[in-house]
Design a protein around this ligand. Structure first.
Ligand code: NDP
Ligand code: BG6
Length: 480
């Protein structure tokens, strides 16, 4: 909404809302933002959270009075935290620039506090340190729970009871997994809501922060040519593809317990699907968008065992009746990519059919949104090969981001952290969305576990299980 844009503009220009006409700041009215990374010694904090915070600082997107704290049980001094963090920071935004000076300034704003996750006493000490840094300003506090899920509630309880802000906002970013089925997810939400209101909970799905996922609604709703085609009338099937060319890499324990459906499909791919398939929201406000996503999630048919090798989802509403949505996700495959592929129907009575012989599938249009790597949006069209004869081929109308835009694409965590600081909830998962998402997958997950279904194996580095092709063929789909 407007307020969000205004706030962002204010942040970008670093102009405080309390700044007076002549430019002098009324210091006493300024607010501070403190970001506590709970689990700061861990992998995600090092890999994603601190680098994203530095990128935001580098781009002058963080408020003037911000401080970052690492919190974990490991013993570390401020200097040791800074040393650890400095190893992961890069001049991502402008590789030609030497950003050492900016890094030093950023690191001076980073501190470390060692404590237990279930100790109110330790969090009370956290509160004391926060107050010292806030220096009497309005205190806004963001806690990022970058810890294993079994200790979420302990940490939320302590943060809320002993270290929440007295006069500003307190927000908590929660990382996935949000439970492992409908029941455990509902229990997690219930426990979180003992200590926080829904407004304070920011459930992160970092795929929603990716540039091309954010662009999906722009593509649909600000171009006349796509929206009229965006339904069962013209679309044959939609494919949501996630593959990685490496294995579980030290996360085998987590994977044995959760698996690929919970790790990727129930959240990342389903969120993309909801954005892809939802109706036009009333406005761009978070609640309007999330309302539409919930509607489409609740119109989907829960998955059945026979839909799985890879899942085919159906949305039982007027727009999408009968259109299969196929999801494919896997690790240790032959390549790394995340894509949305939209295959359109055949052109009825196509004058040029004979140019395609019996392979009519080749003649259909396909829109590909390549989320990563090498971001692009391209449309496969039939085109005449230049020359005197009448030969057709498939060519791409190609929007290749690297060629079109010189600026680096921000990491998903940058956008999401900034949104959480600004209180923008659009890209975070509301509890009813989460319930709807789990309702779709829980029956099939239970079946898979109870019937002890053995997964179809595939060789490391291959294209995945052969069964995928049989399932796709059952729905008249050829994988892109
Ligand atoms: P880690 O396993 O690295 O854990 C983070 C920190 O939590 C550790 O450094 C440790 O700190 C503390 N910790 C770990 N295990 C326990 C335990 N059993 N009891 C108490 N404290 C513990 O996790 P990640 O950084 O990989 O992930 C953090 C969260 O983000 C998780 O919920 C994960 O599911 C999620 N996530 C992670 C992704 C990734 O790429 N890593 C991607 C998407 C989500 P100390 O011992 O110092 O207290
Ligand atoms: C995480 C999953 O949510 O997303 C990982 O837990 C996966 O298994 C990762 O590797 C992929 O994220 P990205 O941004 O690297 O595509």
């Amino acid at each position: 909404g407007t307020s969000h844009k205004q706030l962002k503009a204010d942040l970008l220009s670093l102009k405080s809302p309390d700044e007076s006409e002549d430019g002098f700041e009324k210091d006493e009215n300024e607010s501070s933002v403190s970001i506590t990374v709970v689990g700061a010694s861990g992998d995600l904090a090092k890999k994603k959270i601190f680098p994203a915070l530095f990128a935001l600082y580098y781009e002058d997107c963080l408020p003037k009075h911000f401080t970052i704290y690492g919190y974990a049980r490991s013993k570390m001094t401020d200097a040791e935290l800074r040393n650890m963090v400095s190893k992961t920071l890069t001049c991502r935004i402008d590789k030609r620039e030497n950003c050492n000076e900016k890094m030093d300034q950023f690191l001076k704003r980073c501190f470390y506090h060692s404590g237990q996750y279930d100790s109110q006493e330790n969090f009370a000490a956290r509160d004391k340190k926060l107050k010292e840094h806030e220096g009497g300003r309005t205190s806004n506090r963001l806690f990022y729970l970058s810890i294993p899920p079994n200790i979420f509630i302990d940490a939320v309880k302590c943060a809320s009871l002993s270290a929440s802000s007295g006069n500003g906002w307190t927000r908590v970013i929660v990382e996935k997994p949000f439970g492992r089925d409908s029941e455990s997810s509902a229990a997690l939400t219930k426990s979180l809501k003992q200590y926080l209101t829904e407004d304070q909970i920011f459930r992160i799905d970092h795929y929603l922060g990716k540039e091309l996922v954010e662009n999906l609604s722009v593509l649909r709703f600000s171009n006349l040519i796509f929206e009229p085609l965006w339904s069962r009338q013209y679309i044959r099937n939609v494919q949501l593809i996630f593959s990685e060319d490496f294995g579980t890499e030290g996360r085998g324990g987590y994977f044995d317990h959760y698996g690929i459906i919970r790790d990727i499909m129930q959240n990342h791919l389903l969120q993309i699907l909801a954005l892809f398939a939802m109706e036009t929201p009333v406005s761009l406000d978070a609640e309007d968008i999330r309302n539409e996503k919930v509607k489409v999630l609740r119109s989907m048919r829960p998955l059945r065992l026979e839909d799985v090798v890879i899942a085919a989802l159906f949305i039982d509403n007027a727009r999408w009746d009968g259109v299969p949505f196929l999801m494919k996700a896997g690790k240790a495959l032959h390549n790394k990519r995340a894509e949305i592929r939209v295959q359109f129907r055949h052109v009825p009575g196509n004058l040029y059919n004979r140019n395609f012989g019996t392979d009519l599938d080749r003649a259909t249009n396909e829109l590909v949104i390549r989320v990563q790597p090498d971001e692009a949006i391209y449309l496969k069209i039939n085109n005449k090969v230049p020359g005197l004869g009448m030969k057709l081929d498939r060519s791409n109308l190609n929007l290749h981001y690297a060629a079109r835009y010189s600026k680096e694409i921000p990491d998903a965590y940058e956008r999401l952290l900034l949104d959480a600081i600004e209180g923008e909830r659009r890209l975070f998962i509301r509890s009813d969305e989460l319930d709807a998402a789990w309702s779709l997958f829980t029956p099939v997950l239970k079946d898979l576990e109870e019937k002890k279904i053995i997964p179809e194996y595939y060789p490391y580095g291959s294209r995945g299980p052969v069964g995928a092709h049989y399932l796709a063929a059952r729905h008249n789909v050829r994988w892109g």
